[in-house]
Structure formats: C-alpha cells, structure tokens
Design a protein around this ligand. Structure first.
Ligand SMILES: O=c1ccn([C@@H]2O[C@H](COP(=O)(O)OP(=O)(O)O[C@H]3O[C@H](CO)[C@@H](O)[C@H](O)[C@H]3O)[C@@H](O)[C@H]2O)c(=O)[nH]1
Length: 464
C-alpha cells in the first residue's frame, strides 16, 4: 500500500483502458481521445477487436499498449445477422473474457487503472467496471443529438411506435423534447428489427457510467446536451472536435493518395466539390453514371473518393468509358483522400458527403458547406441538421439524376445561396475553434475530465 492510501487519500491512477468499436468512424476519435489523455500523462491500453486493426507500430501510438478483445464472433455472423443483432451477440460473448482480461491487467499493473472508456456499442464493459468498482465512461462517436434520440427511443414500445408512424400526421409532428426533430427524423432504420434496436438503446443507456464523453462542441448541440444531462443525470463531457485535440492521430482505412493535393493546387479558389461517402457507404453503378454526368455538366472541378468495392457489382478499373472521359476532363478520382487536408485546401468550395459525424466536424472546422446525401442510420438526422438547423447544406434526396446533381453543385459553388451557406459555415468554424481554445467549452470539459481522472474516484467533483 502506498503512503497516500495509508493516510486515507486515494492514489492517483495512471492507466486508462479504451475499448473502441472497431469501425473506422468510431476508432479514429477514441484513439484521438487516447492520444490527448496520454499527453496529459496517462498510460493508455487499447482493447482491439477483429476488424480495422490499428497499425500498432505507428509513432502516434508510442507508449500505447494494445490487447485483444478475445472471443470475437466469426465474420460470417456479420453477414448473417443485422448490425444490431451482431453487436448484441458480440456483447454477450465478450463479457466474461473481458472481465478476466481486466482482472489480469489489474494484477499486472498493480491496481493502476483510472477508468475504462468504452464505445457505447461495447456495453459489455459496464459490468466489468462495476465488478471491479472502476469508473467508466461511455464514449459516443456520433452526435449528441443522435445520442439524445437514442435516449428518447429507449423509452418507446416498438409495436406502438410502428403503428403510430403509419399516420403521416404523426410522422411530421415535432418530438416535443427534441425540437426541431420530427418523428420521421428519428434514426431507427438500417440497424435491423426495431424491437432489437430499441433494446440495444436501452442497454446502451443504462446509467452505469460515470459520465458520457461526446465528440461534439456545445456551440453545435447545446439543447441536445442539456436535455440528455437532465434525462440521464450523469455528466456530459462535450470535448470535440477530437481531431483538434490530437490532429495527427488518424487511423487510415487505405493508403492516402496525396496526388490529389497537387491536382487541387491547380484549381481555382473555392471551385472544387469534394465527394466522399466515408468508410462504409456504397453506390449503384447507375448512380455513378448520373453523378459523373451531373458533376461534369455543372462545369465545376470535382475530387471524388471511390473506395475499392464501394460500387455495387463494379470496380474502379472497369468504370464505363463515359464516366472515365468525364472524370479525365474535369475530375480526379482517389481511393482514399487525406480528407482533413483536402477540406482545408483553398480550392475546395463544397463537400458532397454521406453526412457521417466525423466528416461533418472536419468540414465545419474548415468552414466548408455541404451537399448532403445520407445513406443510413443517423446520417439522415445529421443531414437534417446541416440543412435546417445550421443551414450550411443542401439535401439531395430521391433518385440520383444528372439534372439534380448539376443544380445542387451550382447552388452550392456558384450561386449566392451557396455563398451564404459558406459564410454561415465560416461563422461555425470560428465558434468551434473558440471552443477548443483555452477557456472554451470543449477545452474546459476536457480539463474537467482530466482533473476528475487524476483526482481518483472518491474525491472527484464531476463536471456537469
Ligand atoms: O477518403 C477518405 C474518406 C474518409 N476519410 C476519413 O474517414 C472518416 C469517415 O468518418 P465518418 O464521416 O464519420 O463516416 P463513417 O466512416 O461512415 O462513420 C460511421 O461512424 C460515424 C460516427 O459514429 C457515423 O456518423 C456514420 O454514420 C457511420 O457510418 C473521417 O474521419 C474522414 O476524414 C479519409 O480520411 N479519407
């Protein structure tokens, strides 16, 4: 026993255990948080799953310890089950192994674990934290508004909700607690059967954590944050955008093609539309054709990320000749872009995005407005916020048609409407930058979290 403990004072603990969901969009921000905490003197242990494994030899992670979450489900189950069913099964399977691993780690590290920070979808960690009386924080990689919707949904009955939603009047009604979200905006699709999804929301929102860590800034989502704070009664640490805390840390799905930066150097300021559907989105070949034609007809240059395998039934090498011709005249295709640098390049005037949360934060940080083409999950909710709340985006709904694409690009890059959106995006950029500077809301939230962790659990005054 150390001197401080003998005197009844808690010993400062140094090790933080991170348990990410190993999907690209979840992994990067939690690793950025880990890096920011390591710069404050904490040691970091990361439990990795079987997908998107981190390059552990990268200098960004020097001093990090990487361990495996053992007992993972085989990949074939991912094909067979809906995403939410897969996650629930995975959670059940991992609980006992994780308990054992943390028990061993406590012994090896002389009891030195300050807390466990786990992705909200890795809820099996909660039981282990309780068992060993360790503080734990739920990490949410998506927006606070999405989290607030989950909390709201977790209280609903699936059958009743589905019946009520048959009435178009209900669909258009604003959810009173979550203004301006309408019932039809609630992110319920794309995860699998509604009942299982609501059950996962209930599990995720059990108040087992010492707090929730969110990759957002209060200037973007203050009402969602305060509503959740009231509902859950645990502290919310809105300390994003996390890439501003640890910019260099970025897990890359594929090798970045930096040639596109040279190409951007040759384009006029604010003229290029950058297109990326994140790490999971895919397109039909007919949509690729319509997009290529619409982009070409808009007369604006375009930088287009097409990941291998992201076109259903086709590969980049075998794109139709018509697409290749149009791209070679006005565009540039990469398999993976250095996205932050692209968005910060003076030639980029707009971002055609699937509205993943990381992409939104990265684009706002550079003051770049959007064409919103969401695919699944909470992306539709994000698109609604971009268009109607922050007013820095144009939604492109329905079938992809070349005429619609051309008009959307012109509205954003050429018209006055786009210039106004850019002005608002630049205002948000200033606000978000202020939030991470000394004294800003995200800066303070991070500082409070660090103080809480350094103080030890019993003496801490949590940030509210
Ligand atoms: O060429 C590229 C394309 C993407 N990125 C990066 O990849 C990340 C993509 O993240 P995000 O925009 O959040 O999209 P997804 O990968 O689709 O993220 C998943 O996770 C997000 C966080 O929970 C959710 O908001 C999304 O809906 C979900 O699909 C970002 O950091 C991008 O900078 C690159 O570096 N280069």
């Amino acid at each position: 026993m150390e001197k401080g403990e003998a005197m009844g004072k808690k010993r400062e603990k140094r090790r933080i255990v991170l348990v990410p969901l190993t999907l690209h969009g979840h992994l990067t921000p939690i690793l950025q948080l880990g890096k920011a905490l390591s710069l404050k003197g904490f040691s970091i242990t990361v439990f990795q799953g079987q997908f998107n494994r981190v390059n552990t030899s990268s200098p960004h992670y020097s001093g990090f310890q990487f361990l495996d979450v053992t007992g993972s489900l085989p990949e074939s189950e991912l094909m067979r089950l809906s995403p939410v069913e897969f996650l629930m099964k995975q959670n059940k399977m991992s609980e006992a192994n994780f308990k054992t691993s943390i028990g061993q780690l406590l012994v090896q590290q002389g009891n030195d674990i300050a807390c466990i920070i786990y992705d909200e979808f890795m809820s099996f960690c909660g039981a282990t934290a309780e068992e060993y009386k360790l503080p734990s924080f739920i990490f949410t990689a998506a927006s606070a508004t999405h989290k607030a919707c989950q909390v709201f949904l977790s209280k609903l009955n699936a059958k009743k909700f589905l019946m009520e939603m048959e009435d178009p009047g209900v669909q258009d009604t604003v959810v009173e607690a979550l203004h301006p979200i309408r019932y039809k905006d609630l992110p319920t699709s794309g995860f699998g059967p509604l009942e299982s999804f609501l059950e996962s929301c209930r599990v995720v929102n059990k108040r087992t954590g010492s707090g929730i860590i969110l990759n957002t800034a209060s200037c973007l989502e203050s009402s969602s944050l305060s509503w959740m704070q009231r509902e859950l009664g645990i502290p919310m640490y809105a300390l994003g955008p996390l890439h501003a805390l640890a910019k260099a840390v970025k897990s890359s799905l594929l090798e970045e093609d930096r040639g596109c930066l040279e190409w951007l150097n040759k384009q006029k300021p604010r003229s290029v539309i950058y297109i990326s559907l994140g790490s999971l989105g895919s397109m039909e070949i007919k949509d690729v054709l319509e997009m290529a034609s619409g982009l070409y007809n808009s007369n604006q240059p375009f930088l287009w990320v097409i990941r291998p395998g992201s076109i259903v039934g086709s590969e980049i090498e075998s794109l139709p000749e018509e697409v290749n011709k149009k791209v070679s005249e006005r565009g540039y295709i990469v398999e993976w872009a250095p996205q932050n640098e692209v968005l910060g390049h003076p030639a980029v005037g707009g971002f055609w995005s699937h509205c993943g949360w990381n992409s939104i934060l990265e684009s706002i940080e550079e003051g770049v407005p959007f064409i919103c083409r969401p695919f699944q999950g909470e992306q539709k909710l994000n698109a609604m916020y971009l268009e109607s709340v922050w007013r820095i985006g144009i939604q492109l709904g329905g079938e992809v048609e070349r005429g619609k694409v051309e008009r959307a690009v012109k509205r954003l890059i050429v018209d006055k409407e786009g210039a106004n959106m850019r002005r608002r995006a630049l205002d948000l950029k200033e606000m978000i930058k202020a939030s991470v500077r000394i004294g800003g809301s995200s800066y303070n939230a991070f500082d409070e979290l660090v103080k809480y962790l350094k103080a030890g659990t019993e003496e801490a005054e949590p940030h509210v």
